[in-house]
Design a binder for this molecule. Structure first.
Ligand code: SF4
Length: 218
């Protein structure tokens, strides 16, 4: 079988997705990176330690745009994008400041995240995203702290306070950013009514996501 080069940017639906890092503070029970062997629908998302610089990401996005414009740039790969917070914000800044021509300044920039950035960085990072990130989709999954631990399997430093920190991240995002969604994978045993109610209390729109493991491994 041919070994594919690591993929930094890949297309999915109408977006261009950025695989910024393989580092992650959680080992979510629903993550398909192991069962799909770091492949995502034909793209090899194993960076093998070679994390791309913002300049590389922008160069690749420009190339993709020239081939076929996309509707949004999405930070989402096999890893938590905010583990490289500064690199992510630099990419967004280059676009929003008009330094990534032909990418339009108005290009929508979305972050898909597990919401642990404030816990990992030890400060509220959402104000740093203001004017740069247009939309966040936070994988909250449940209103039950014990179930959150089972589903998200955070690493030890973030286990005790993680759930509260994710809620704080969502609350802050809903106040400071144009769009905030709290997402949940469709899994048995999740009280969807309670999940939706919590999302609403935090100011976010709830959204359900299909469980990818239900799909055949590529
Ligand atoms: S946050 Fe994303 S990459 Fe990390 S374990 Fe969960 S699903 Fe996988």
């Amino acid at each position: 079988m041919e070994i594919q080069k690591p993929t930094v940017v890949y297309r999915y639906k109408n977006g261009l997705y950025v695989n910024l890092t393989n580092s992650c503070p959680t080992a979510c029970s629903f993550c398909v990176k192991r069962t799909w062997k770091m492949d995502y629908r034909g793209s090899n998302l194993n960076l093998e330690g070679a994390e791309p610089s913002p300049a590389e990401v922008i160069a690749l996005a420009k190339e993709q745009w020239a081939a076929l414009p996309f509707e949004e740039l999405v930070f989402c790969g096999y890893g938590e994008p905010t583990m490289r917070l500064e690199a992510m914000l630099t990419c967004a800044r280059l676009i929003k400041n008009g330094r990534a021509d032909p990418l339009p300044r108005a290009l929508k920039i979305r972050l898909n995240t597990n919401g642990l950035a404030n816990a990992v960085w030890g400060r509220n990072v959402v104000p740093e995203m203001k004017g740069l990130i247009d939309s966040v989709h936070v994988s909250l999954n449940t209103a039950d702290p014990a179930q959150w631990l089972e589903l998200m399997r955070p690493m030890e430093p973030w286990a005790a306070t993680g759930f509260e920190k994710v809620k704080e991240f969502i609350r802050e995002s809903s106040m400071l950013l144009p769009e905030a969604f709290a997402t949940a994978v469709e899994a048995e045993g999740i009280d969807l009514e309670k999940f939706k109610a919590l999302a609403g209390q935090l100011g976010a729109e709830p959204r359900l996501r299909p469980r990818l493991e239900a799909e055949k491994a590529p």
